[in-house]
Design a protein around this ligand. Structure first.
Ligand SMILES: Nc1ncnc2c1ncn2[C@@H]1O[C@H](COP(=O)(O)OP(=O)(O)OP(=O)(O)O)[C@@H](O)[C@H]1O
Ligand SMILES: [Mg+2]
Length: 509
């Protein structure tokens, strides 16, 4: 291999170390190394194989086709390459034609008569770890040739390769760790801030989203509390569709919607002839919800007489149809909702305590809109877009109207703001919704609300409220970048800071 020429050997080593340091793409650099070996030294074929847990496979080669390279995989201990990988010491085969261990798995040497080839194989070692195997073939003319010089050079090259492979592995490991961390963070961010179709960036709504994410995958009963129009039904659907039951039925039933006498048969079904008019068997809501989710709205209106039956189906998962003898089994997840004061119903004896505890496993309280005014601009924008699209219009809301919306107390919560905006989009003749378009009840009530709040400093409360609303709006529009919001408002960054403090607006969002 070495034409007794030290200079040639040194040049090759120099070239190889240059190539190994040139790029982090291991395959490319190893291919470069093999090319240098073949150019400077008298070699026919060379391979670099790298070790994984149970095998070594060729990753770069000189004088072999892609196909031959792909076939070059050896179990530890298999063939010569597998042996060197396993034992960690070099093997020299002076004449592969005489060697039964020689597998010729890759088929690369079909063309040459085996007996003319010597095979040198050294481990690529880093400290005591065998990272792979470097092997080289050379033609030889006479038997009895000394391979010692060749072996010495190959060992040096293998140790250069080892350092490069090690470095590459470290970089790769770090990159993977970084990637994992990045994915985790993105996942957490998504999980924290979003539930499809539900709008809200306020801390209160963020808590709700977090609870939804936590409870959705489980089978736990959920109790949704909140005033009318706060989104209880919307949340119940979100939980179902984010749960493993998403593809099964979502059955909704309002306990206040029908007379007491008909409730049982609605919920549990009835057999044919159970009562006058029961001309056929009918399945109840629980049966229809089997393997899915049942949403019992206005659970606080459930009559006392029916409460034990609901408790039983939750605890024992069984019930009978009205007029039926047979006990039926169901697997149902329950989500209940109420805007009533259940604790008060319990203490006045109108709601069973045991049922209350069964339902209240995971309570989620939906905040009233007036408790999170910072969500009002977002909701307004959301519904404006929705109803503009529905009505093929493109009206906008003037800042004064938004200010008014933010100071109004919205007793009907999100449903009320949604209905108000729908009406305004439909009824407003112009391109912009202005104060005079807004229904009187909102204008009146918002003034009443404002006069109830104590005046801040010397400013009349109405102006203070509108100013606060405008600041909040500007902050929301600029993603809470104070300097940008100040520019919109035509004031300095210092001024907006001062005003935010004065109105108790926290700068961190
Ligand atoms: N955070 C929200 N984002 C977007 N839309 C919402 C949100 N909250 C509620 N809505 C919408 O407001 C309307 C009322 O919501 P929903 O019916 O879920 O309220 P509810 O709490 O069940 O009210 P009720 O107690 O009166 O039955 C629906 O059209 C719903 O889509
Ligand atoms: Mg509802």
């Amino acid at each position: 291999m070495i034409k007794d020429n030290k200079t040639l050997e040194l040049t090759a080593l120099y070239e190889i170390s240059k190539i190994l340091g040139s790029s982090l793409n291991l395959k490319t650099t190893l291919r470069g190394v093999m090319r240098v070996l073949s150019e400077y030294l008298d070699m026919r074929r060379g391979t670099v194989a790298l070790r994984s847990d149970h095998e070594v496979s060729i990753v770069a080669a000189h004088g072999m086709s892609e196909d031959e390279i792909r076939r070059g995989r050896y179990r530890l201990g298999e063939g010569i390459i597998g042996r060197v990988a396993k034992l960690g010491s070099p093997i020299v085969i002076p004449n592969i034609g005489d060697e039964p261990l020689f597998l010729n798995k890759t088929g690369a040497r079909q063309m040459i008569r085996k007996e003319n080839i010597a095979f040198l194989c050294v481990p690529i070692k880093f400290k005591n770890d065998v990272l792979g195997v470097l092997s080289v073939d050379r033609l030889f003319v006479s038997r009895g040739i000394s391979f010692e010089e060749d072996l010495r050079l190959l060992k040096i090259i293998a140790s250069l390769i080892a350092q490069s492979v090690k470095l590459h592995q470290e970089v790769e490991r770090e990159r993977e760790a970084f990637q994992e961390e990045k994915e985790l963070l993105t996942h957490q961010l998504k999980g924290r801030f979003r539930v499809e179709n539900i709008i809200g960036q306020s801390d209160r709504m963020q808590e709700v989203f977090e609870a939804i994410h936590q409870v959705a995958p489980s089978k736990a009963n959920v109790l949704l509390r909140g005033e009318s129009g706060t989104g209880k039904e919307l949340v119940s659907k979100a939980i179902h569709y984010m749960s493993p039951r998403a593809k099964q039925a979502f059955i909704k039933f309002n306990c206040a919607s029908i007379p007491e006498g008909l409730l049982e048969s609605e919920l549990f079904g009835h057999e044919k002839g159970a009562f006058t008019g029961a001309t056929a068997m009918r399945k109840g809501r629980f049966e229809l919800a089997h393997t899915g989710t049942i949403f019992l709205d206005e659970i606080g209106d459930l009559p006392l007489t029916l409460q034990p039956k609901i408790l039983r189906v939750l605890q024992e998962k069984e019930f009978e149809r009205v007029g039926g003898e047979r006990t039926l089994k169901v697997d149902v997840r329950l989500i209940a909702a109420t805007s009533r004061d259940l604790e008060e119903l319990v203490s006045s004896g109108r709601f069973r305590e045991d049922l209350y505890y069964r339902l209240n496993v995971v309570p989620i309280l939906l905040p009233a809109l007036r408790e999170r005014p910072e969500d009002i601009p977002l909701l307004a924008e959301h519904f404006l877009k929705k109803y503009n699209e529905e009505n093929r219009k493109s009206v906008s809301i003037s800042p004064e109207v938004l200010g008014l919306f933010m100071s109004y107390d919205w007793p009907g919560n999100v449903r009320e703001i949604e209905n108000t905006i729908e009406r305004l989009v439909v009824m407003t003749p112009g391109r912009s919704i202005t104060l005079s378009d807004v229904p009187l009840n909102i204008r009146d009530r918002s003034i009443r609300t404002r006069s109830q709040t104590p005046a801040r400093d010397a400013l009349p409360s109405t102006i203070a409220d509108i100013e606060k609303a405008n600041i909040l709006d500007a902050l929301n529009r600029t993603g809470w970048v104070q300097a940008k919001a100040a520019r919109i408002l035509g004031i300095t960054a210092r001024q907006i800071g001062y005003k935010m403090k004065r109105y108790g607006i926290s700068g961190v969002k």
